[in-house]
Design a protein around this ligand. Sequence first.
Ligand SMILES: N[C@@H](CCC(=O)N[C@@H](CS)C(=O)NCC(=O)O)C(=O)O
Length: 216
Amino acid sequence: MTDPILYSFRRCPYAIRARMALVQANIHCELRELLLRDKPADMLKHSPKGTVPVLITTSGQVIDESLDVMRWALQQRDPEQWLAQLDASLAWITEYDQNFKGLLDRYKYSDRHPELTPEAHRARTLPHLERLEQRLCDRRFLLGDERRLADVALFPFIRQYAMVDRPWFDQLPLPQVQQWLAEFLQHPVFLQAMPNFKLFNDGHRYHFPNGQAITA
Ligand SMILES: N[C@@H](CCC(=O)N[C@@H](CS)C(=O)NCC(=O)O)C(=O)O
């Protein structure tokens, strides 16, 4: 094995945050794209819990939590010190992973959660956005004037949130969050982390991040 293997799903926010850290650390992997309804047997053999991302290092270590992939990558190379202020980053990430993600899913898939109206599901998410807005009022990023792990780890979820109903999101009185998101959406690390890949189960494998198909 020459490169680590990354099982990934392009639009999964957990996989996006992991791929961004791998790009930032300039770690080359073999990327295997999957569909959640058709997970490769080899991935499940290594990580039976069946979530993406899963990274298998060249020494055979299995890393199957997105945050652990980020930390593993950035511990090798961290050119902008995303791992600085780590405890503060982890506090933000834990809170949003635990409290916001579930509300985001209920808003996005409100038809599957008819106990509340779609508007009510959406309303429950707003305090978490307002909290970010307050935080970003007097600093460019969540922990100050530099991008940290917290920003990168939360960003894919805020992106997903904005995409549920973009016109509605754009008219919210959240200019700092909108600006923070807009900067990320144009960031080269995000753009490099987002190519389209054909499926591993259809026989396709890729070098990541350069995106070249592996033919052998
Ligand atoms: N705590 C995990 C969560 C990963 C996760 O839940 N990923 C979703 C996709 S966005 C998944 O694989 N779900 C499994 C499924 O839907 O079958 C992490 O941070 O890596």
